[in-house]
Ligand binder design. Sequence first.
Ligand code: NDP
Length: 300
Amino acid sequence: PAPARRIDGKSFAERLRERVASAAARLEADHGVKPGLAVVIVGEDPASQIYVRNKGEQTVAAGMRSDTHRLAETTTQDELLGLIARLNADRGIHGVLVQMPLPAHIDSAAVLDAIDPDKDVDGFHVVNAGRLAVGLPGLVPCTPQGSILLLKDALGDLSGLHAVVVGRSNIVGKPMAQLLLAENCTVTIAHSRTRDLAAVCRQADILVAAVGRPEMIRGDWIKPGATIIDVGINRVPSSDPAKAAEGRTRVVGDVAFKEAEAVAGAITPVPGGVGPMTIACLLANTYVAACRAAGVEPER
Ligand code: NDP
């Protein structure tokens, strides 16, 4: 059989960002509202610094307002909560995102809880988790939202398909399962206590891997023709021993790509699959939050 079709998340995300940018421009022209995203980072974690810079640049590129608040590692929880209260009250800001992880002396749950749910563009607030669970409009976590967009683009109607989600985190696995259920999939959620994970995965028409273990899902776990969404982002030593000795790394997913490609019908590569969709969906959420604040129906 022919190798799986590669699902190009990079170009899909680029088109999505363009669509959001033009919708945002129309919102500003017609209603005088420029969507604004505030990103808060505490401390110097290098990976977080890169994520935050990318978010800021892409927000500006989409014609939206971007405010980045860089706080010292020593910032107290009260100081951070004070800033969130000011951003919640700021009518020019429609999205508030606090970059995780936070320093250990700050209670992350209390911080997420303090964000106005209508500005919670990460979709992590319990109110948004609840809205998603009961089918009310809210703000949907970006990575699962991006994964669903790729799936619908690849497969069209998802009704009746058996989706297996490996991973049950609040930011990826659980909301992913909710979204698949809303698309009328039959959904199985697997995790570290699942018995015979390989056999469970083999039932999947749609297999979503959100585990955080490099290349854990093997080719013979995959049903021929299945669609694979690999959410994993794992840094491993370079495959070239000389480069690995220099400490060089590469990024792989939770799925053994080469093996999977020979069996699956379609698959997201890592990098270039789900990853780029996350920021594009963050921009889409910021636009939607701005529309709702202005009482305007968002463009689809
Ligand atoms: P978490 O560590 O929060 O969750 C991992 C999940 O995988 C848990 O539910 C855990 O089960 C399950 N798990 C762990 N080991 C096994 C195993 N051996 N067999 C079956 N299940 C297992 O991770 P996240 O959900 O935050 O992220 C998952 C991956 O996605 C990571 O690689 C992360 O880097 C990536 N990611 C990518 C994003 C993007 O594309 N932009 C955004 C967010 C994450 P249990 O609950 O039982 O412990």
